[in-house]
Design a protein around this ligand. Structure first.
Ligand code: PMP
Length: 364
């Protein structure tokens, strides 16, 4: 079945597929948004129009993510990666340590970046098992009174995911870049949550940060203003020119998630989509091998290898011919990765599962 506008099934890990409905709204406003005679890209960020967009975007995010009133939300630049620097800079207290749980490539980067400028404690490193598992967060040794514990709820490259929120013995700081808005989340269990927009929220160029407000006065003093959460919060994400277009697109996506029925509905759909692919792996008689342990399989990034690795390129090329795009695993780990975020359609998973079956039948 062909896709609208002759689009492909885009399995990219981010930037990635966005809802067609959202893209159409964006397109329709491109020449003249809301009677302003300009596109959102051309609106002054100090205009009442953009102020309205920012307020609506934040309000929609708060509704859909159920953000309690004692949390601040800011839309920043520098991607999720800049948070690797801002978090320790702001939150690691004088003479204190920060604990890191490393379950994959992104957690490892966060840990390495935090080592610059202060003490860190590595509470877990899944390297020994090729980052195929996640620990029980309740049973780890977090070292001596850490200022916070950093973890990554979904590892985009390895496809391992914690199956829900956790209660931790110190301030919980979580990188939710690749599974935010894919399932319900109890924000009150966290001190700080951050996510790059380019998977479940919009285009790249925006990172959303949710911060419990009582942490702000306690944060380190004397920081460069752009890197100080207080500056960003006090200025309502407008200390400098914000990523206006990205913020606008995030708002459209939040409203789209709401129209889908919110996070419970997203989770149900995402589980169903992922199951189609995990079934294809598990029923292949060993032709395909899932990377993650079954208990921590990601419903956002399905990672697998072919028992005969020399067939991987042919698999990916054959898939492209069927309009199944972006399946090559990350350059650091190889294999195959199917990223199936919120906006990825179920038919794409069905089509890939059918392709996997026929590829195995002709090459097995
Ligand atoms: N954390 C996770 C879990 C990610 O998937 C990514 C990007 N793929 C990042 C951090 C880094 O994001 P950015 O490129 O926006 O800095």
């Amino acid at each position: 079945m062909s896709q609208p506008y002759n689009r492909v099934f885009n399995f990219s890990a981010g930037p990635c597929t966005l809802p067609v409905e959202v893209l159409k709204v964006a397109r329709d406003g491109l020449m003249n948004w809301n009677g302003t005679g300009m596109s959102v890209m051309e609106l002054s960020h100090r205009s009442s129009h953009f102020e309205g967009i920012l307020a609506d975007t934040e309000a929609a995010f708060r509704r859909v993510f159920h953000v309690p009133s004692n949390y601040k939300v800011v839309f920043l630049q520098g991607g999720a990666s800049l948070q690797n620097t801002m978090i320790p800079m702001n939150l690691r207290g004088e003479g204190r340590t920060a604990a890191y749980v490393v379950t994959g490539t992104w957690g490892k980067k966060s840990y390495q970046d935090a080592k610059i400028g202060g003490a860190t404690h590595l509470a877990f490193d899944g390297k020994e098992h090729g980052y195929s598992n996640v620990p029980d967060l309740g049973s780890l040794d977090y070292g001596d009174n850490p200022s916070y514990i950093h973890w990554t709820s979904n590892e985009t490259i390895q496809g391992v995911e914690f199956q829900g929120d956790a209660t931790l013995p110190a301030l919980s700081v979580c990188d939710m870049s690749s599974n935010i808005l894919s399932r319900p989340c109890d924000v009150s269990k966290y001190g700080l949550i951050y996510a790059g927009a380019q998977k479940n929220m919009g285009p790249s160029g925006v990172a959303v940060v949710v911060i419990r407000e009582d942490l702000l006065p306690e944060m380190n003093q004397g920081l460069p203003p752009m890197l100080d959460y207080r500056t960003q919060v006090e200025n309502g994400s407008m200390y400098n020119t914000p990523p206006c277009w990205g913020i606008y697109m995030c708002g459209l996506n939040y409203q789209w998630v709401e129209r889908q029925g919110g996070l419970e509905a997203m989770q149900t759909r995402n589980r169903e989509k992922a199951q189609v692919l995990y079934d294809a792996i598990d029923q292949s008689g060993g032709f395909y091998r899932g990377h993650a342990d079954k208990a921590c399989r990601s419903i956002m990034n399905v990672t697998f290898t072919l028992a005969d690795a020399s067939l991987t390129d042919a698999f990916v090329q054959g898939a492209e011919a069927e309009k199944l795009d972006g399946l090559k695993g990350h350059r650091s780990v190889g294999g195959v990765r199917a990223s199936i975020y919120n906006a990825f359609p179920n038919e794409g998973c069905e089509t890939l599962a059918a392709y996997m079956k026929s590829f195995a039948a002709s090459n097995g």
